[in-house]
Design a protein around this ligand. Structure first.
Ligand code: NGQ
Ligand code: ZN
Length: 461
């Protein structure tokens, strides 16, 4: 058992001073006390700045880190959109080998840790060899990503993705999608393999990700979810839904329902579900999905980058909807910038400020952090996202010497952290009771970056 002392820390009920955090040998928080006097706890380690829970990243496609900044050019003829971006993404995805998958994920996960994400949900669909044939070990690619996460020390919820069709109505998959394809049995084999690898480890979990209502038929969705439930009744299930208007139109044409309405009718999502994006919902869909207890997986910077549209944040939160943030296409590995964008998108749209704050909690920074921690932890299906007994000891120590945070504490500090500055103010990062970032550096960052550069040379050389 170790005890850590923080001058101030963000607890589930808000900021507290002189916080003592007891962590057991397995990396779980066992007790939290406030008003603890310095020196009163024998052998305690003093944390070197304000402390936040590490943030859960609820949506990542790790390989897309290699594409960040390389998909911005105007294509022939212009008219660039999500769909032309996706073509570019498929061409790059086609080049990845297992070694690249691992090297790119390791680099990304180091960056995430340094930015303040201590756990990630990896929505993994790059399963097979470039010709579409499964590797000798069908779970090869998933295991490479899991290996990267373990090596650099980030918590992970591995979500093998089920992809079968190229569009609504069981359209045949396109050439660029062949590496993604499985039937229910194929994806559940990957799930079971990862589950055995993890075998009760506290910093990893496995769930399932039916890719989207475009990529799975209703029967396949039902089969795969039932199979997942047989392996783990509480496992998280994530699905992309209603990200683009074209998707809404195609879903309406094929099924007579909008995508979120269709998801509600087919799958009856509950608190074990995470609806990724859920950008385009009408008022009834928003109310019903929020009331289901499912988490909305917002990826604000990616959604801006891809021109997706605007999530109905006010109505969602008004309906008690839970939400969290994901880095998705990896244009940023910084949770504070995702949170900032979540609020800024609404400010631009509504021409108003402090939109998530309330009379009871006037700080948007604290509100955004607490809600994203809560929803993120729920979506990852792991006991993270809070400094509280029973949770993993996933902690961020901010840099008290960063001028952007000078003189700020409590809610003001949260507001400064989310809304001001560009530097990374995260100093030390602990995952499951182990320090993985110290003074802004990860012990493996050089080796990881070298392997990443070698991979990029292979992919783009
Ligand atoms: C993905 N990404 O699976 O990587 C998707 C694009 C699709 C985002 N939606 C592919 N941001 O949705 O068909
Ligand atoms: Zn995605």
């Amino acid at each position: 058992m170790r005890t850590y002392l923080a001058d101030e820390a963000l607890l589930p009920e808000g900021w507290a001073r002189d916080v003592a955090i007891d962590v057991d040998g397995a990396g779980a928080i066992v007790a939290v006390r406030t008003g603890a006097q310095a020196g009163a706890v024998e052998g305690a380690e003093r944390l070197r700045g304000p402390v936040l829970p590490g943030l859960p990243n609820l949506h990542s496609h790790a390989f897309q880190r290699a594409m960040a900044g390389r998909t911005e050019r105007r294509g022939p003829g212009g008219n660039d959109s999500f769909w032309t971006w996706r073509e570019v993404m498929y061409r790059i995805a086609a080049r990845f080998g297992p070694e690249d998958a691992e090297a790119v994920a390791a680099q990304l996960y180091v960056e995430m840790l340094k930015g303040g994400y201590t756990a990630v949900a990896e929505f993994h669909y790059l399963h097979h060899a470039p010709d579409g044939r499964p590797y000798a070990d069908r779970a090869e690619m998933a295991r490479r990503i899991l290996a990267a996460a373990r090596r650099v020390g980030i918590g992970i919820t591995m979500l093998p993705s089920l992809y079968r069709h190229g569009g609504f109505g069981e359209a045949p998959p396109a050439e660029g999608q062949r590496r993604f394809l499985n039937d229910a049995e194929g994806v559940l084999h990957i799930v079971a393999t990862v589950q055995a690898d993890i075998a009760g480890g506290a910093d990893a979990r496995v769930g399932l990700a039916p890719h989207s209502l475009r990529a799975v038929s209703p029967a396949l969705l039902a089969d795969a979810v039932a199979g997942m439930r047989a392996l783990d009744p509480e496992a998280p299930i994530h699905i992309h839904v209603a990200e683009q208007l074209r998707e809404v139109e195609e879903c309406l044409a094929a099924t007579g329902r909008r995508p979120v309405a269709r998801l509600l009718e087919l799958a009856a999502p509950d608190a074990r579900w995470c609806a990724i994006h859920a950008t385009h919902m009408d008022a009834a869909e928003t109310a019903a999905l929020a009331a289901s207890g499912a988490v909305a997986g917002l990826c604000p910077l990616t959604e801006a980058n891809l021109g997706d549209g605007l999530f109905p944040f006010g109505a969602w939160r008004g309906g008690g909807g839970r939400w969290g943030i994901g880095s998705d296409s990896q244009v940023s590995a910084s949770p504070r910038h995702e949170l900032r964008q979540a609020e800024y998108a609404q400010r631009l749209h509504l021409r108003a400020r402090t939109l998530v704050a309330s009379e009871a909690q006037p700080s948007p920074g604290t509100t955004l952090l607490l809600e994203a921690l809560d929803g993120g932890a729920q979506a990852l299906g792991r006991p993270v996202g809070a400094i509280a007994p029973g949770r993993r000891a996933d902690l961020l120590v901010l840099d008290a010497a960063d001028p952007w945070l000078a003189g700020a504490s409590g809610d003001t500090l949260a507001d400064a952290f989310v809304f001001a500055g560009d530097a990374n103010s995260v100093r030390d990062v602990m995952v499951g009771g182990r320090w993985v970032v110290r003074d802004g550096h990860h012990a493996d960052e050089r080796a990881t970056a070298t392997a990443y550069r070698a991979s990029l040379a292979r992919l783009f050389g």
